[in-house]
Design a protein around this ligand. Sequence first.
Ligand code: G3P
Ligand code: CA
Length: 390
Amino acid sequence: MGTQKSNEVSSGTGRRALLGAAVLGAGGAVLGVTGTARADGARHGGAHGGLRSLPRPTIVGHRGASGYRPEHTIGSYQLALDMGADIVEAGDLVPTKDGHLVCRHEPEIGGTTDVADHPEFADRKRTKLLDGVSTTGWFTEDFTLAELKTLRAVERIPANRPHNTLYDGRWEVPTFEEVLQWQDEQTRRSGKQVWIYPELKHPTYFRKQGLPLEERVAKLLRMHGKDGRTSPVVIQSFEPTSIERLNKLVDNPLVVLLSSANSRPWDFVETGDPRTVADLVKPAGLREIASYAQGIGPTLDLVIPRDAEGNLTEPTTLVTDAHRVGLILHPWTLRNENPFLPADFRDGTEADAYGDVFGAYRAYFATGIDGVFTDQPDTGLLAREDFLNG
Ligand code: G3P
Ligand code: CA
C-alpha cells in the first residue's frame, strides 16, 4: 500500500443534496487555530511561524492554476499568482539524473510532457517499481537537465480540461532554482511577498537511487536565504520521515501530507513501521507529527468522508484533533469539474463540466480547515469571500 491519492480521478453520476449541519455550523471557527502551541515551538518561534501571516482559509494554487494551464509550468504558477492565490504549489519536486530539482507531479513524465514525441528518447522508456507500483514511461531521473529542457509541458487531463491543450508546448519544465528566482522577481514586481509550497516527491525512492531530495532543497533554500521560520516557503511531503529530516536541516514551516486512511506512507513500508494514515490521524499520531511539523495536508475525505455513492457524510473530528495539538490543516484538492467533486455536488455527468463547487467549498470551509489546495484559485477566492461574508 503506497501513497495513492483518493481524489485524483473519479467518475460517475450523482445527485445534488444540501449538506445540513456541516454547512451551517462552525463558521467562525475557521479564522483562528484554537489548539495549544506545538511542543517544540521554541525552534520555530511559535505554532506556525510565518504561516500565520497568510489569509484564512488559505487558498493554495495547486500545481499553479492547473485548472486553466498545464500543471507545474511558469505559466500555471503565474496565473495562480495573478488570480490572487495566497500561496502557489511550485512545485512537486523530483530530481534529474545530474541532481537538479525540477517541477513535475511525478518522476514519470509521459503524461505531462511531449517526451513521447521525441524519437531521440524512445529508448529511455522504462518500467519501474515506484513505491511498489509498476509504472511504465519516462522518468526524470534518467534525463539530464539539459535533456529535460528540450521537452515541453502538455495538459495532463485533456478529457477534463480540453481548453488547456491550447497551451501544450508553450512552457518548459521549470527547475526549483528558477521557481525561487521567479518568486523573488514577482515579489519585487508586485510589492507583495509571494509564497510557495513545494512538495518533495517519493523521497525514499530517490534516496535509494543516490538522489536524496531533502539536502538539495535545504541547500537551495539556504543559498536563497529562504530557510528560516518566517521564510515564505512551506514544504510538504507524504513521507513523515522526510519531513522529520527536513526539520533538522531548515526552519521553514513543514506539512505532512496524509492520503487515504488505509494507506501507509512509503517510508513506513520501507522501514517496517506498521502504522497507516488511520493511525497517524489519531491524537497520538497527530501529537507526534506536531513535534516536527506545523501542519497536515489530509485528503478531503479525511475531513468529510464520502459514503458508498460518493456523497459527503458528516465531518470527522480531524480538524478539532489537529488544532488541539497546534497543527493547521490544508486539505487537497478542490477542483471545479464534476468527476472530482463529491457526488452530491456534481451537475450532470460531463467530465469537463463544472458542478456546484461553491456548495462543496461551503461544506469544507465550515469544518474549520485553515486552507485548501485548489486547481482553480479564482473560484477558491470567491468561495472564501462568500464564506467570510456569511
Ligand atoms: O500537495 C498537496 C496535494 O498536492 C497532494 O497531492 O498528488 O497533487 O501532489 P498531489
Ligand atoms: Ca503536491
